[in-house]
Design a protein around this ligand. Structure first.
Ligand code: SGN
Ligand code: CA
Length: 502
């Protein structure tokens, strides 16, 4: 029996009550981790990030978590798309090493995964909700996941025992299942890691019935770049297929003029009465503006349910006394365009989809209401979890634990640049393959391969002067030296991260 277990068993047996040794045992206790992960939740639509949407108060409960913890201002992904991001989360490696470069194809669960390491070291692990990786999950004492993308209503879950369908709204049900595990299923004598993964607010946005009318009379502020003309940019920005104007569908996305239940897995009937008829007289920019309002209202309604359900988890941690020794983290698998550049979806290395929210509450360790602007990336999460649990970190993981940052100290040799690589093309939304590096001020992107004239196109942004990324200055001689330096740095990073080929 380990020392901690021994002390706890003594406490449980009443042997040590009042002896003052509880505190000693308590100090040694490894913290629990509750990791709440959403799908496509942009930082713009998270109140604590203070963007134009913050005035709508979209996430009061997640904001409260930020007030009690640390908000990461510069958390990024290495490949802005769902399944690869989740594989990165589990492995602490870049897509080219864990093998899941695109949403297509399987995931090799046999490889080293941080939950397996937690488990081997006495943690109980559970995965509940959306994982979006095919195959039998490994590394979890308990798992209950949505097949593929899952549904917003009456979801089916798969478990080691088979499939079960529940009635209700998926965001609520994922939380119900997670609370059930916390309350009834885990062994209270061991530390745990719960991965609570929401489907919301992924496209096609279906809010809970209770939120259908929310924002009905609210005007959602537009981004400055809603009518971006991509003037200074290359083929990729011009030829993508993710605009509100062209790509967003009246029926399937916005539920306008539809009584075709097959369009969304039979889920439309329940909501037809909430949606207006298409106003045929709207054209051009007016039509885009109108679509933007419908899109954003549904997106924010989905986030509302998410936020309420975060509260349910936080409340339970409080009531049960678990809160004090539990690290709670909130993040999303990537960012999302809320009309910036005229887009929805993600995939690009431009800020809104490259960056994701990250909030961490760790009582007694993280200073409440603090923020950190060090460059953090989703390759860091696996190592961070192991570090929190005080478990040795394998050298082949590619990130770095953020625990020192959580303690308020940025190591001197913390990274200056992030490496990014997106691979899924040709595919839905037609975003060309690209890689690049980003520092605190500059961003260099190389689009390459099929669909890129000449096989290669570069872009370069000065985010200090051009935070909206509308001015590609790649050809500008003023930046020539900086660009050369970043090209060299890109090469160096690729070597460090073992990126081979083009
Ligand atoms: C679906 C969505 C796309 C989205 C991909 C991947 N279309 O195809 O908008 O980019 O999933 O999303 S939908 O009409 O089916 O919703 S991801 O988050 O899983 O990577
Ligand atoms: Ca996603």
């Amino acid at each position: 029996m380990k020392r901690r277990e021994f002390l706890e068993s003594m406490i449980a047996a009443g042997v040590m009550a009042g002896s003052g040794l509880e505190a000693l045992a308590g100090e040694k206790k490894q913290p629990n981790i509750v990791w709440i992960f959403s799908d496509d939740h942009s930082y713009q639509a998270l109140g604590a990030y203070g963007s134009r949407l913050a005035q709508l108060d979209p996430t009061p409960n997640i904001d409260k978590l930020a007030e009690e913890g640390m908000l990461f201002e510069r958390c990024y992904v290495e490949n802005s798309i769902c399944a690869p991001s989740r594989a990165t989360l589990l492995t602490g490696k870049f897509s080219h090493l864990h093998g899941k470069k695109t949403n297509k194809g399987g995931f090799n669960y046999d490889q080293q995964l941080f939950p397996k390491l937690l488990r081997e070291n006495g943690y109980q692990t559970a995965m509940i909700g959306k994982i979006h990786l095919s195959g039998q999950p490994q590394g979890f004492d308990y798992w209950e996941v949505l097949p593929g993308q899952g549904r917003y209503y009456n979801p089916t879950f798969r478990t080691a025992q088979g499939r079960t369908r529940y009635k209700g709204y998926t965001t609520d049900i994922i939380t119900d299942r997670a609370l059930r595990w916390l309350k009834q299923k885990r062994d209270p004598n061991n530390p745990f890691m719960l991965m609570l993964h929401h489907k919301a607010p992924h496209r096609r946005w279906l809010p809970a019935e209770r939120h259908m009318d929310k924002y009905a009379d609210t005007h959602i502020p537009e981004p400055e770049t809603l009518f971006d003309d991509y003037q200074t940019r290359g083929t990729a920005a011009h030829k993508q297929d993710m605009t509100i104007a062209e790509t967003m569908r009246m029926q399937k996305d916005l539920k306008v003029n539809t009584n075709r239940p097959e369009a969304a897995d039979g889920q439309y009937e329940r909501r037809n009465k909430y949606y207006q008829e298409h106003k045929d007289e709207l054209k051009g920019r007016d039509l885009v503006r109108w679509k933007y309002q419908l899109y954003m209202k549904d997106y924010l309604r989905c986030i509302r349910a998410l936020d309420e359900n975060v509260k349910r988890v936080l409340d339970y941690l409080e009531e049960s006394g678990l809160a004090e020794n539990t690290v709670v983290m909130y993040s999303s698998d990537q960012g999302f365009y809320n009309g910036e550049h005229g887009w929805f979806d993600k995939r690009f290395m431009y800020e809104e989809s490259f960056r994701s929210p990250l909030i961490v509450r760790w009582p007694g360790v993280v200073k409440p209401n603090s923020s950190c602007d060090a460059l953090v990336q989703n390759i860091d999460f696996a190592q961070t979890f192991l570090d929190i649990a005080d478990i040795p970190i394998p050298r082949n993981m590619q990130g770095r634990s953020i625990v020192p940052l959580l303690k308020g100290r940025t190591p001197r040799d913390w990274r200056d640049y992030l490496y990014y690589h997106y691979y899924e093309y040709p595919a839905v939304h037609s975003v060309r393959k690209h890689e690049g590096i980003a520092g605190r001020r500059f961003k260099l992107i190389r689009f390459y391969g099929k669909g890129v004239p000449g096989g290669e196109e570069w872009e370069f942004y000065d985010l200090r002067k051009d935070p909206r990324e509308v001015n590609n200055v790649y050809g500008n001689p003023e930046y020539a030296a900086q660009i050369e330096e970043m090209k060299a740095e890109l090469k160096r990073l690729k070597k460090q991260y073992k990126v081979s080929g083009k």
